[in-house]
Each structure stands twice: as C-alpha cells, then as structure tokens.
Design a protein around this ligand. Sequence first.
Ligand SMILES: O=C(O)CCc1cccc(O)c1
Length: 453
Amino acid sequence: MLAKGVQWNVGKVFHDNRLLYEFNLLPENDHAFPAFVNLQQPLFEKFLHEAIVKAQSQGAPIEIRGGNRIDVVVRHEDHVTIDVMTPDGPYVLEADWLVACDGARSPIRSMLGLGFDGRVFEDNFLIADVKMKADFPTERWFWFEPHFKSGDSALLHKQPDDIWRIDFQLGWNVDRQKELQPENIRARVSAMLGPNVDYELDWCSIYKFQCRRMDKFRHGPVLFAGDSAHQVSPFGARGANSGVQDADNLGWKLALVVHGLAPDALLDTYDSERVYGADENIANSTRATDFITPKSAISKLFRDAVLQLAETVPFARTVVNSGRLSMPCTYDGSPLNGPDVASFPARTRPGSPCPDALIGADWLLHLLGGNFTLLAINADVPTTFSAYGIPLSVLSVSGRDNKALVERYLGHATRAVYLIRPDQHVAARFEHFNAKAVAAALGRALAKELVDA
Ligand SMILES: O=C(O)CCc1cccc(O)c1
C-alpha cells in the first residue's frame, strides 16, 4: 500500500494568487510511516482483498460472498437473523454478531429504524480526477477564492497512477447536469492548470456532504462501523481513516469477547470510544467546512480578515482552516484507561495512540504488534507475564542514545513500564513493574471492572 500510495508531507495554502503559508505534516523524525498516503478507495479495497485471501490461505475462517444483499435484519437480544438475497435465491443467516459496514446510506441502519443526525451542508463540490504527467510537486495545494475563478475554493492533490484529484467548491443550488458536462469541467480545470497542461478527465462527480453520526454505534449484537455510523466532509481525510480506526478498535475487542476472554461490556467501550473519536472528527470537519464555506456575511467578513492577516501575521495562520488532517484520537476519559504517571510525557498518556520510534534497526510500532504488550524502557520486567488467560508480549528496550523514544515515552524519567493495547493505544503506565498493578490494569482494559462495578 505504501509503495502504491502517493506520499505527501507539504501543504500550501493560497488566497487568490498569493501563497499564505505552507506546512509540513511530519516535522519530526523517527517514524516508519509517512504522514499521509493518498490512495483511491478501490485500490485500498484491492489490498484488503489480497490480505483476506492471504489470511484464508493460512486457515482464517473468512468467506467473501459477492452478490449477496441483506433484505431483512431482525435483532434479538443475543443474536441476529438476516434474510439474504442472491442471484441463486434467498437464504437465512443467523449470527452472534453483525458488523454493519454498509456505508453512509446503510440499509441495515434503515432496516433497524435507527437515526443518523447532524448538520447538512448545502454547498456543492465538483470532484474532477484528471490524468496528467504534470510537473506539479507532490504537495496538497488549497486555494481560497482562487484567482483562476474555477470555484469559491479549490483543492489539488496527487493520487497514484498520475491521477490528480481536484475539488472545486461550486456553491448552492447548482445545475448538476450542466456542471457535469465535460466542456464545463474542462473549462474549470484548464483555468486552474493553465493553457499548456495536457490532461484527460478520468472521473467526475458532484457531492454535497453532511457531518452526522448515529446516537450509538452498538445496538446489542449489531455494531456499526465506518460511514454507516458517522459521516464527515472529505476535508481532512477523516472519512476512510476513521473507518479504519473503528475497525482497529473493534477487532481486538470482538475477538476477546468471542473467545470468552473478555465480558460483553468490552463492546460497549467500542461505542463510547469511537463515538468520542467521531465527535472529534465531526467537530474538526464542521469547523473546516464553516471556514471554507462561510454561512453568513459576518462569518465571511471574519474569514476574509483572517486570510488577509495570515499573509503577514503568523498567529492568524493557525486560524486558517482548509481541513486539519486526520490523526488517531486519544481516548481521554475512557473507562479502559488505567493508572498514569503524571510526570511522564502527556503525548503518551493512557488512551493515546503510541508514537513510533526507531529501536535498533526496527520500529517500535512494528515490534509492538497486535497483542497486549508490556513495554519496558530501562526497567526490569519478567520475560513472560499473563493474567486473565491472556499472555502479554513483553518488549524490553533501552532508552540510551534514543532521543525520540526518551522524548515520547520517558520525558525526564529514567525508566517506565507501559501496558499497550492490541490497537497500539496506551492502556496504563507505571514507574516500575508491579505484577498486581499490571494485572489490575489489564483487567480494566478488558472491561472487567465495568462488570464488577
Ligand atoms: O486533503 C484533504 O483534506 C482530503 C482530500 C480529499 C479526500 C477524499 C476525497 C476528496 O475529494 C478530497
């Protein structure tokens, strides 16, 4: 995926024909992964499919059934029944769990009569994917009120296979049919790219968007993930990213519950943690959209004043909002979070996604893997440890001469012990290893306390 995707770090923000400022998404070293990988959804799905086929060949009990449509869902207390229609006729399936990843118009959500509430944005955006061998740098360029007059705002960024994605803000009440005429699209694109750039139109569409979410993502044995549970604007790339973050959160929890290693209550924390993540995404997405598409004369006055100031006054640049790029959220306040050491770096407090660091010739996130892990930095820990029937992976590393690791995980401390969840979020951290305290934190991260409370 990394090889196929287009990586970019630098973003430029323009007003009219003036560069207001540029930013770098990855100002710090010691990360295995780039800040941003641009990949079209069909390519992402292709890689997912390949991963599933590989897992199948290794014995994973996964079956992909194409051409199957769910027509009826009946939710029972501890299972679901679904009526499935196929080209060969219907059949009924009974399942302990159903994860609904059926998109923003989720038929499963509708069949269960569940709401999906939030704000509707009336601006229309035109996507024009163009194929060109252009000399533009691989950067994200965003224009407010562009001088080439192809829209109220415009966004340009590169995707794989020499495809460039352009989003033009068209405004309210547009004539969709007229706007989608190739000659009208070409007029906008050519005005933007200039007269000497050769390109082909690859794919075009007009979209409006909403920022909304379901009230709850868990409804008994039915769990909603991705766009079926929440929807945001494209700005900030929070849509697909948050769907992957949902899967990351749900996968390990569901596995532990299915295997009888954690109580059902652990799945309630899928709901609380991912609703928290969705609210952060919706807040960011709504703020960006309000800045890009001011809804009143006073908002526009404010927006334009900020843009004007941003050219010369650095503080105003922090207010300019063309989309804050997606980051995994910190689950502050999660009931799964265990003890903390206040003097350790805030960035790795319980609930945080682990930042990467180079460990010898390898990377920390790679070494952490997908199990509960005890990460010991300059600290004594046993080589094996298990509790509640779960063997922890133990990773003992030295902080000596490792500036990034020390900065991110120790701060001014000389040693630390972290309990890391399978989704690589911090569950708890300690000044030194104590078997009872670690076992208690693991119990908490498994939602055992929620049952006993
Ligand atoms: O750079 C961004 O803010 C995201 C750009 C994006 C992502 C997905 C679709 C789309 O039209 C634009």
